[in-house]
Design a protein around this ligand. Sequence first.
Ligand code: HEM
Length: 293
Amino acid sequence: MEETLSYSGGTNPGEFMPFFNWFGGGGGGYLRKLKKLAKRLDVFLQGLIDEHRNKSPSESRYTMIGHLLSQQESQPEYYSDEIIKALIQSLLLAGTDTSAVTVEWAMSNLVNYPDVLKKARAELADQIGEERLVEEADLSKLSYLQNIISETLRLYPAAPMLLPHFSSNDCVVSGFDIPRDTLLLVNAWAIHRDPKLWDKPESFNPERFEGGSKDEKAHNLMPFGLGRRACPGAGLAQREVGLTLASLIQCFEWERVCEKEVDMTEGQGLTMPKFVPLKVMCKPHSFLNKVLH
Ligand code: HEM
């Protein structure tokens, strides 16, 4: 997945100078490497389908592949293996790294801002108590945690340029005439840090989201895109990231490995990874002993 995403953020020199394509795409054989990767990916995805074919219907009934294979029986011309592989690939590419990097950026912020971490822990203790582990159903009560996630997605959106869009008709955007069939990119990263839209945009301040959607500035937050082609996994992502962060905060005590703040430089790639992967120290919280014994 990492390798695939790193290619999607890259540039193929052959698209600018087609003769490069005679030499495998130029720039270190971009096309050649891409084709090799596509073959490996295809073998991996076909393996997942075959594994499900060999399972009993009751075993694979509640999995996405199992469901798609049952559709294949009734509509084989549409639900071909190719279509199923494309769907799995889309979900794996769109839905795994995005949530994982968001958790990593959020944890980096939390160890850089111990007061925010303390407040998040206090909210957990207040809303859930110290007798049980946090559950998905608790997330709606954890508004400060939601604000931490929003602030993380504002400063470090996992898809900083969203996905490329194509204008289906001539249109005007901010006074610019855009002809039909133009590739359009939205720079959510820049909108999220625009000083005209946000107070002290560079600072990590989850409190700015207090008051929820009543704050009209919340509409300037678009880590999942907006409109018809916005991320269909947004709800799932909010729950995954929320539950993971809540569990990490509830069960462990976190600290930076040294006095120096965690480096927040962004690396390259479609899902904006950290340039320097996060390293932190953690020890089990006393609460963990209570719930485990
Ligand atoms: C923090 C996590 C996530 C972020 C920040 C995120 C962000 C985005 C963004 C910005 C887009 C493009 C929207 C646009 O261009 O207008 C997108 C599309 C998409 N996302 Fe997510 N996403 C996340 C998690 C997920 C998850 C968990 C899934 C599914 C399991 C998912 C599935 C998809 C799919 C299938 C698309 C393509 C939709 C289309 O083309 O119509 N995403 N996501």
